[in-house]
Ligand binder design. Structure first.
Ligand code: HT7
Ligand code: ZN
Length: 864
């Protein structure tokens, strides 16, 4: 297949000012009639995109065209000879009930819904399916009234009524020109949760959330999050909502988390529905951030969209940055930053340092669906954050204002975005663009020297950067790296925080000599998406754990120590030895215990301090390595911490135990997180007390965080209680799809005695719905990402099962299959035997002639 290239971009050769669509909905045969007003802007034929649809007729200015007047290929409708200005009518048919790809128009739970980003609209009708063609949409929906009482599309409803034959209709008009990827249509039976929001200019906006009958109470938290997001966007960015109503719909079969369709967001129900009994604190937290994310897209994505899909980070990176800032405001900046960086390191750093590495703005793709990646989203957000760190809050905001003002109503590029910050700051932003072009994570090496310079002795810190080669990009240029740093003594900081903006390979900075021992806190707040290689000693790290005023780096100091211990331990275990008792451990426990007992820290922060670096971080630092040794090193360190801090952990657990009635707020969630960490650490030493505490917690639980936490702890401990607890959990929740997903993911991560057979049996249970992405992600994704021992078994059974499941999914839903396959991206970090086993599976997948989506991922992963 031929890739699409950034350098080949050409504008569309017609202006499409207005688009009208009439949908006659039928699950098996939906008819779509479009009326497009076109004006030529450049020579050439009219080429429209279309896939998996039946063409019924084409008319120009009301005249039916003969079949010889146009060409139809697998993916296009081509009209060679058209006037310079005309009205085009196209009638097509599609079968939504047979659409298992969940792209375009499909049926989920008996309801119609759509997913058009990135290229789903072409599965609905022939149209220029590209983000730079913006048009004013009017949509008529006609459907059976009893089966589909609610009919929704973007914008404002301008007419509705009954028609003969038990049918009814609604006409929707969206006054804001938009690309077709933002189109949405929903029809079915729903319950509705209503509320409203008064904007900064006093407009009252009705807010409506549509859910499956009976689920409305579970949408209350999403509604509350929406109102807080709307208020925050006015406060933080001066952005007001524009349409007369805002709607969200929850669907169960969805390829992704959610979609920002103009005025009609569609959500995976797992990111919208929550109550204390069925959702964990993490679910609440994610609902809040995804509701905000989709809402924020109204300005960063919808009002200003992307010229082409290579500019995806323009809307996604910026919107992730905005949702991270919102969450920081709602839940605490330090805790939020730590969580975001943990996720970045586990997902984006893994991507950037593996076979799928690509720049934040890629230059070519086979399937754009494969580029909704951690690099575009999370690294894209880090680039925006660096801009803010570098330019300062006020100039950053000024640049955003210029952007919203200058580019409103357009389909923009990254260059146009950056030019707004150049205008705001007067800085030359050219060097910063390298971040968008260059893949890979820079390594930042920091060294301290004492230099005698006359007349005083000053200290010098030197920074040097190096980015390793990535596929297709052997040579790397230096990046502009903002480094926030500070010298810290035993009683706290010895100087104000400094900002060094590095632009060359190496840079040296001097600072005053202090007469007391001190350590350097480098990259405070994680000021750049880089891997730090510092010469900090254990003594330095312990000092920073106790004294760093930057909460992120206080946490990071503990992580650095833990990472070193874990890497040493994993290497020792791989070579068949037990790790030597490390002299650093005592001081490490001391610092952890001190943090745990210090009331000035919030519980969520303490929970994070007690959380180890992810297995992925250790794997990357120790590669190539046996992944099971990495996992065992994690168990070893958890056991050591639990041995060292047993009393502190027990006391903290007891203090957190009775947290009163459930509330999803950050402080209450922090208490539960800390309690969960204590229990899980105690379980790591197979403390009999941990088993009884977990059993008790499972019996007493009044919320899902406590319930699932106890179940996971019991499943790790093994023993008789596990099977019966799993069974009771299943019986209790089998009618709640979102909780059943949790059941499958806990089962997927267990170390079943009969290995892969247990996982195969789970995939054969009647409640395992293969066509539902959430269920497949729970079992197959949970297995590949969370069951180190079974997935990485040396008999290859885990990898084989996983590849079978990817191929099975590929037959139905290529976009989800390709995303699942990403779990193999770590293969070159593993030991030689496992590399061979995965290589065999990748070759097998490629040989089956899979979808373009899976082929692209498998081939890139396989490499040269
Ligand atoms: N902008 C949305 C992307 C999306 C998507 C992409 C590919 C296939 C299915 C999809 N569903 C939603 C989501 C977002 O970033 O907000
Ligand atoms: Zn987004």
């Amino acid at each position: 297949p031929k890739p699409t290239r950034l350098e080949d971009y050409t504008p569309f050769n017609f202006d499409l000012s207005e688009s009208r669509f009439d949908f006659r909905l039928d699950p098996r045969q939906t008819t779509v009639r479009s009326l497009l007003s076109l004006t030529r802007t450049a020579p050439g034929p009219l080429v429209l995109d279309g896939e998996n649809i039946d063409l019924v007729s084409v008319e120009i200015d009301g005249r039916l065209l003969k079949r010889t007047a146009y060409r139809v290929t697998q993916t296009q409708l081509i009209l060679d000879d058209v006037p310079d200005q005309f009205a085009l009518n196209i009638t097509t048919r599609c079968d939504p009930s047979a659409n298992t790809t969940l792209m375009g128009l499909y049926v989920s739970g008996g309801r119609f819904c759509t997913q058009c980003e990135a290229e789903g609209f072409r599965r609905i009708t022939y149209y220029p399916d590209r983000p730079d063609v913006m048009s004013e949409f009017t949509v008529l929906i006609d459907a059976d009234k009893a089966a589909y009482p609610t009919l929704l599309a973007n914008g404002n409803m301008i007419e509705a009524g009954d028609i003969d034959g038990g049918r009814h209709y609604a006409i929707w008009h969206d006054p804001f020109p938009k690309p077709c990827y933002l189109f949405a249509l929903v029809a079915g039976e729903f319950d509705r949760l209503d509320d409203s929001f008064i904007t900064m200019n006093g407009r009252t906006i009705p807010l409506e959330i549509y859910v499956d009958p009976g689920d409305a109470p579970k949408a209350a938290y999403a509604m509350d999050s929406l109102k807080r997001s709307m208020a925050w966007d006015e406060r933080a960015f001066g952005r007001e909502y524009d349409l007369d109503r805002f709607m969200i719909v929850a669907v169960r079969d969805f390829n992704f988390g959610a979609m920002e369709n103009k005025g009609l967001n569609i959500f995976n129900s797992s990111l919208l529905l929550a109550d204390a009994q069925t959702a964990t604190d993490l679910n609440f937290e994610r609902i809040e951030s995804v509701v905000a994310h989709e809402y924020f897209h109204n300005w960063t994505g919808n009002r200003i969209t992307c010229r082409d899909w290579f500019q995806l980070c323009l809307k996604e990176g910026f919107t992730v940055f905005r949702d991270q800032e919102f969450s920081a405001d709602q839940r605490g900046a330090a805790v939020q930053r730590i969580k975001d960086v943990r996720a970045l390191r586990a997902r984006q750093f893994a991507e950037d340092n593996g076979p799928l590495a690509h720049p934040v703005r890629p230059t070519e793709y086979l399937k754009i669906d494969n580029f909704y990646t951690a690099t575009i989203y999370e690294k894209g957000a880090e680039l925006i954050r660096m801009l803010k760190t570098w330019l300062g809050d006020a100039t950053f905001r000024k640049g955003c204002d210029i952007y919203f003002d200058r580019l409103d109503g357009t389909a923009a590029t990254v260059e146009q975005f950056i030019a707004c910050f150049e205008a705001a700051s007067g800085e030359d932003m050219h060097p910063f663009m390298q971040w968008y072009h260059q893949a890979g994570t820079p390594r930042l090496t920091v060294e301290r020297h004492q230099t005698p310079t006359s007349p005083v002795i000053s200290q010098v810190v030197s920074f040097s950067q190096m980015t390793p080669p990535t596929p297709g990009q052997a040579d790397k240029a230096p990046l502009m790296i903002p480094i926030r740093w500070q010298a810290i003594g035993d009683d706290g900081p010895l100087m104000d925080p400094q900002l060094t903006v590095m632009t060359t390979d190496t840079q040296t900075v001097s600072y005053p000599r202090f007469d007391v021992p001190h350590s350097l806190s480098i990259m405070q707040g994680f000021s750049a998406p880089a891997i730090l290689r510092s010469d900090a000693t254990t003594e330095d790290l312990i000092r920073l754990m106790g004294q760093d005023p930057d909460a992120f780096n206080r946490w990071e100091a503990g992580q650095t120590l833990a990472r070193r211990l874990l890497v040493d331990c994993a290497r020792a275990l791989e070579s068949g030895t037990m790790p030597e008792p490390d002299p650093a451990l005592g001081a490490f426990f001391g610092a952890l215990g001190k943090t745990l007992r210090d009331d000035s820290f919030d519980d969520a922060f303490k929970a994070l301090v007690l959380t180890q670096p992810t297995g992925m971080e250790v794997l990357m630092a120790a590669a190539p390595i046996d992944p099971i040794a990495v996992s065992e090193a994690g168990d070893w360190l958890a056991r050591a911490v639990a041995d060292g801090l047993r009393n502190d952990l027990l006391q903290t657990y007891a203090a957190m135990k009775d947290s009163g009635p459930f509330s999803p707020d950050a402080a209450s969630a922090g208490r539960r997180a800390l309690k969960g960490r204590c229990l899980s650490l105690l379980a790591a030493r197979f403390d009999p007390l941990a088993a009884s505490l977990a059993a008790q917690q499972l019996d007493d639980a009044t919320n899902m965080t406590d319930e699932i936490g106890a179940l996971i702890t019991l499943s790790r401990l093994g023993g008789q209680r596990v099977e019966s607890s799993m069974e009771s959990f299943f019986e209790k929740w089998k009618d709640q799809p979102l909780v059943l997903d949790k059941y499958y993911s806990v089962q997927a991560m267990r170390h079943h005695a009969d290995g892969i057979h247990a996982i195969i049996r789970l995939a054969e249970t009647p409640t395992y719905e293969r066509s539902n992405p959430n269920r497949v992600r729970a079992l197959v994704g949970g297995f590949a990402m969370g069951n180190v021992r079974l997935f990485h078994r040396l008999d290859g059974s885990g990898y084989r099962f996983f590849a079978d499941q990817v191929l099975d999914m590929d037959g139905r839903n290529p976009s989800v299959a390709a995303r699942l396959l990403g779990a193999f991206e770590i293969w070159r970090k593993l030991d030689a035997k496992r590399q061979q086993l995965i290589r065999d599976q990748l070759d097998r997948i490629i040989a089956t002639r899979p979808s373009k989506n899976v082929l692209e991922i498998a081939q890139r992963m396989r490499g040269a």
